[in-house]
Design a binder for this molecule. Structure first.
Ligand SMILES: [Zn+2]
Length: 272
C-alpha cells in the first residue's frame, strides 16, 4: 500500500515537471524573450488563460496528442524530436520532469507536512522553486510572480504549519536575509547577483527561519563557488562570465529544508 503512495507521488512530480516546462516556455514568450508560432496560432487569450488550454507544439503550433505529452517517456520514444515537425526538443525537458519526480519523492520521504493541506502547499512551493531555478538558468531572470507566490505560500506554512513557533522570528529572518543579500548586491554593484536574488531571500528567510536560512546561504555560496571554479577550469567560463545565482540559492533552500536538522546536528557534533 505504502509503495503505491510513493509511486503516486513520483508520477505527480513528473507531471508537475511537465507543467514547469510549459510555464517556463510560456513565461519566456510573455516576457518577449522568445517568439512562439504555437502560441500565436492557438491562443491569443492572454497568459493565464493560455495555461489551461490544450498543449501544442512550440514550433509549428500543431495540437499534441496525449501520447506526445507523457513526461519523460514521450521525449525518449520520440528520440528528442517533436512528432509533427521533427523539431529538436531540449534535453532539459525530461531532466526537469525526472528531477521533479525525485524531489517530490525525497520530500515525501524525509518529512513532509503532516496535514494534507500543508503537504499540497509544500509541493506547490517545490514547483515554483524549480520553475524559478530553471527560468533563471535559461534566461538569467527570477520572475517576480513566482517569488510573490512563494512568499505567500511561506506565510501560509508559517501560520498553519508552525503554530508552536513565534512568527516574529520568521519575519525577522526574512528581513535579515533580505538585508544580507541586499548588502552584498550593493557591495558587488549587482555583478555578483541580481536584485531578483535579493527578493527571493525574503521567501528563504520567511520559510526556513533564522537557522536553516544560514545553512541555505552557506550551501548556495559553497556550491556556487565550486561550480564557478569548475567551469573556469573547464574553460567554459572566465571571471567576467555571468552565472545566475538563483539556482544555487534554490538548491541551498532545498538542502536546508530537507536536510537542515541533520546538517545542524552533524555540525554541532564536530564543534563539541
Ligand atoms: Zn511541430
Amino acid at each position: 500500500m505504502v509503495l503505491y503512495f510513493y509511486l503516486l507521488v513520483f508520477v505527480l512530480g513528473l507531471c508537475c515537471g511537465s507543467f514547469i516546462n510549459m510555464l517556463v516556455y510560456r513565461t519566456a514568450v510573455e516576457y518577449e524573450l522568445i517568439k512562439s508560432k504555437g502560441i500565436k496560432k492557438n491562443e491569443e487569450k492572454g497568459f493565464l488563460r493560455s495555461l489551461n488550454g490544450r498543449s501544442f507544439c512550440d514550433n509549428c503550433g500543431q495540437q499534441l496528442h496525449w501520447y506526445e505529452n507523457v513526461p519523460v517517456m514521450s521525449w525518449v520514444l520520440q528520440q528528442g524530436k517533436s512528432k509533427c515537425c521533427r523539431k529538436k526538443l531540449s534535453v532539459l525537458y525530461p531532466i526537469v520532469e525526472m528531477m521533479m519526480g525525485i524531489l517530490f519523492l525525497v520530500h515525501f520521504s524525509v518529512g513532509a507536512g503532516n496535514t494534507p493541506l500543508l503537504l499540497v502547499v509544500e509541493f506547490i512551493i517545490i514547483v515554483f522553486l524549480v520553475f524559478s531555478a530553471v527560468f533563471d538558468l535559461k534566461y538569467m531572470i527570477l520572475p517576480d510572480f513566482s517569488t510573490v507566490i512563494l512568499v505567500i505560500l511561506a506565510v501560509v506554512v508559517v501560520v498553519i504549519g508552525r503554530p508552536q513557533e513565534s512568527p516574529l522570528q520568521f519575519v525577522l529572518s526574512a528581513v535579515g536575509s533580505f538585508g544580507f543579500l541586499g548588502l552584498l548586491y550593493l557591495i558587488t554593484k549587482g555583478k555578483g547577483m541580481g536584485f531578483g536574488d535579493v527578493k527571493l531571500a525574503i521567501f528563504m528567510g520567511l520559510f526556513l527561519g533564522p537557522e536553516k536560512v544560514l545553512l541555505a546561504f552557506y550551501t548556495a555560496f559553497v556550491i556556487g563557488a565550486l561550480v564557478s571554479l569548475g567551469l573556469m577550469i573547464l574553460k567554459k567560463a572566465n571571471k567576467k562570465t555571468l552565472i545566475s545565482f538563483g539556482p544555487f540559492l534554490i538548491l541551498g533552500t532545498l538542502v536546508a529544508w530537507f536536510y537542515g536538522d541533520q546538517l545542524w546536528n552533524f555540525w554541532f557534533y564536530f564543534m563539541k
